[in-house]
Design a protein around this ligand. Structure first.
Ligand SMILES: Cc1cc2nc3c(=O)[nH]c(=O)nc-3n(C[C@H](O)[C@H](O)[C@H](O)COP(=O)(O)OP(=O)(O)OC[C@H]3O[C@@H](n4cnc5c(N)ncnc54)[C@H](O)[C@@H]3O)c2cc1C
Length: 387
């Protein structure tokens, strides 16, 4: 089958990889002009995530670029440690930069055609497929179309309805951008809070001259042009004006930052993951911006979607409902971790920050937290698909 996938981040190329292995012809359309390199470290936990990466043959390559976990240290404005999660706990079984992960999975999807700098403008279902018109004017027919285009999925908007129906704002925004490592920082995360805000930085483990900034702030849902990086930069500058510590230097680097990641912290709940020949995978179907193991879930979901198509002999009417049935409960479990991430990273009062620090400095609490995260990430029995 000719399968069009929207989005070349994690879920899209992972699905293309599997579709290629089953003998289909995947095409990925990505709105960005080239592969996006940005993003903080993302982690994989437990045998389910790791098993699928191994089946994809990308585990060795990923291990070669892994961060080996980063401690997560909250510091006061003098740089004094207030609270810390040790590296082995924070980084799961494998931690890599999102940009490295995306690059490696895209390279593994060798049978895939990539269309960069374009997106789906319209889709017309016919009895035999989907006629797609792209923004560029290109028109092509596909057997299936899959939305792997993130929490604000364009495919979902066209085929299922507007974001407002499916995206729940969780009261926070998150941003990440590259900065020079002028403080000789180690790869550990150094994060600094003021009430309702967190700004921080960590060194790059492969290139000591580079570092990554991360910011989180509490806010009701904002109205801004999501496709305009200048709008995101202005919001960040305004939110963190007056914050001390390294904040002024990190914010100054926004001027020249070229792949700023900026999004609301939200949860995506879509009751039906497919409609006829169109289906959703990854954050588009069940996203949790951060803290909800979205990357691991994306990789698992891509494997199951392609496997169910193979098991059903390519019949999407059988495969799509089976895929959703298998994954949705698992994904709802992992998503839960994302519901409290904003509050954890940037408690809204000074007292809240002190309490967060106190409880997270207790070993028993850390053990419990990671036990819950691990059990969520393995709570799925995978069938053996007929490769
Ligand atoms: C640049 C970037 C940085 C990120 N940084 C972090 C981070 O620091 N920490 C974290 O936990 N998560 C981060 N994420 C999100 C994380 O990658 C996802 O939560 C998770 O990996 C699931 O991936 P996904 O492929 O479903 O969605 P996403 O990773 O969100 O990818 C969606 C892809 O679709 C593309 N796209 C969007 N709309 C369209 C459209 N209409 N047509 C075509 N393509 C479209 C996007 O450019 C993107 O490449 C980041 C995502 C991106 C794109």
């Amino acid at each position: 089958m000719d399968v069009l996938i929207s989005g070349a981040s994690i879920a899209g190329p992972a699905l293309a990889y599997w579709l290629g292995r089953y003998g289909h012809r995947p095409t990925i359309v990505e709105v960005a002009p080239q592969l996006r390199t940005g993003g903080q470290a993302v982690d994989f936990r437990g045998p389910l995530h790791m098993g699928i990466l191994e089946k994809m043959g990308v585990l060795d390559e990923l291990r070669a670029v892994q961060t080996h976990g980063k401690a997560m240290r909250f510091v006061d404005e003098h740089g004094e440690r207030q609270m810390e999660w040790p590296a082995d706990a924070a980084g799961g079984d494998l931690e890599v930069f999102r940009g490295d992960l995306s690059r490696i999975i895209c390279a593994a999807a060798t049978d895939t055609e990539f269309l960069f700098g374009d997106r789906i403008a319209a889709m017309d279902e016919t009895p035999n497929g989907v006629d797609v018109t792209f923004d560029s004017g290109l028109q092509r027919a596909f057997d299936l179309v899959i939305g792997a285009d993130g929490v604000h999925s364009g495919v979902r908007r066209l085929a299922f309805g507007p974001d407002a129906q499916f995206v729940k704002h969780l009261g926070y925004y998150v941003a990440g951008w590259a900065v020079p490592n002028e403080w000789n920082l180690t790869p550990d995360h150094l994060w600094h809070n003021t009430p309702g805000r967190m700004i921080g930085v960590s060194g790059d483990h492969t290139d000591p001259s580079r570092a990554a900034a991360l910011a989180v702030f509490a806010s009701p849902e904002l109205s801004y042009d999501r496709h305009d990086p200048a709008a995101a930069k202005n919001i960040l500058r305004a939110e963190f004006r007056g914050t001390n510590w390294l904040a002024p230097r990190l914010l100054a680097e926004l001027d020249s930052a070229d792949d700023v990641y900026f999004d609301q912290i939200c949860r995506v709940d879509v009751p039906e993951w497919s409609r006829d020949r169109i289906a959703l995978v990854g954050d588009a179907a069940c996203g949790a911006t951060i803290g909800g193991q979205g990357t691991g879930t994306a990789v698992v979901s891509a494997y199951v979607l392609a496997g169910e198509l193979a098991a059903a002999g390519g019949d999407h009417r059988v495969a799509f409902p089976h895929y959703a049935e298998r994954i949705s409960r698992f994904a709802k479990g992992t998503q839960k971790g994302g519901d409290t991430t904003g509050r954890f990273m940037a408690p809204q009062t000074a007292r809240g920050i002190r309490m967060r620090n106190y409880i997270n400095n207790q070993q028993w609490f850390l053990n419990l937290t990671f036990k819950i995260a691990s059990s969520r990430s393995t709570n799925l029995k995978l069938p053996a698909y007929p490769l």
